[in-house]
Design a protein around this ligand. Structure first.
Ligand code: SF4
Length: 264
């Protein structure tokens, strides 16, 4: 086969070689994780957020946060809480009323149906208190149970996580948000910022699917430091390590980042 200038090249050799960013990746040492954490701490401090103790609110907030910004999410959430006194009232309302309440958060038709599906699934699986007069364990007795996920706090962590991801539309990130932000349990949400920064720093395997990223993040995070790592990686992603044009020249982590030359 003749090449552009008449030299003989093989079909394989004609293709440009692409560097596999994940090639040679190994999980980071504990010392490296701690160095990254320290550097982030110097820049962003230690986030102070007490667990708020409301797992259902956290679930609903994560649904509302999809495809919108924090401000619109919060407006939608406040309108929902003002309109309905309880989560049971949200569950039992006509879906159009829920949709109207959360409209400022965008894609309200999808989100209202998702919220009611989640609340219905929690009712259906609730181990707490049948409705008086209804046969124990029947669908009727489950339908209007008081909604509660307080049992998650004391359940084995794996069981709590498995339960959450069994709810409609709930994945590992949402489950981690609930466990971490509601109860301070050991989990770390890996969102788009955390995954991007984590991969560029090679804390996480480049190209890994989200399920694997959550497992890796859990494995590398020291006990009781999930909140700090999550929040500070996210801040770094928003402020410096942008998706398209990371500001490597101003980055406090540049000296320890294997990706800095990729964006020169
Ligand atoms: S050096 Fe660049 S790629 Fe690495 S963390 Fe900083 S901004 Fe991101």
């Amino acid at each position: 086969m003749a090449g552009r200038y008449g030299d003989a090249v093989s079909p394989t050799a004609a293709r440009p070689r692409r560097r596999d960013p994940a090639a040679g990746w190994t999980p980071p040492s504990r010392a490296r994780v701690l160095r990254v954490r320290e550097r982030l701490r110097e820049v962003y401090g230690i986030p102070l957020m007490r667990p708020h103790g409301d797992p259902i609110a956290e679930l609903i907030l994560t649904v509302l946060s999809q495809s919108t910004n924090d401000r619109n999410r919060d407006v939608a959430y406040l309108r929902l809480r003002e309109r309905f006194a309880t989560w049971e009232a949200v569950r039992d309302a006509p879906v159009t009323e829920v949709e109207e309440a959360i409209r400022p958060g965008g894609i309200s038709k999808v989100k209202s149906a998702r919220i009611q599906a989640i609340l219905g699934a929690i009712s259906a699986s609730s181990p707490e208190g049948d409705r008086p007069g209804a046969p124990a364990g029947s669908a009727a007795s489950r339908a209007d149970r008081e909604l509660s996920l307080s049992w998650l706090r004391d359940a084995p962590l794996e069981h709590a996580r498995d339960y959450l991801v069994s709810l409609p539309g709930v994945g590992r990130k949402t489950a981690a948000c609930v466990l971490l932000f509601a109860y301070g349990l050991h989990d770390v949400p890996v969102d788009t910022h955390v995954s991007r920064v984590g991969m560029r720093l090679r804390l996480l395997r480049p190209g890994a699917p989200f399920e694997e990223l959550h497992d890796q993040m859990l494995a590398l995070t020291p006990p009781a430091q999930g909140l700090e790592l999550h929040v500070n990686l996210l801040r770094h992603g928003r402020r410096t390590c942008h998706a398209r044009s990371p500001a490597c020249g101003e980055c406090a982590l540049a000296r320890m980042c294997p990706s800095r030359d990729n964006f020169a």
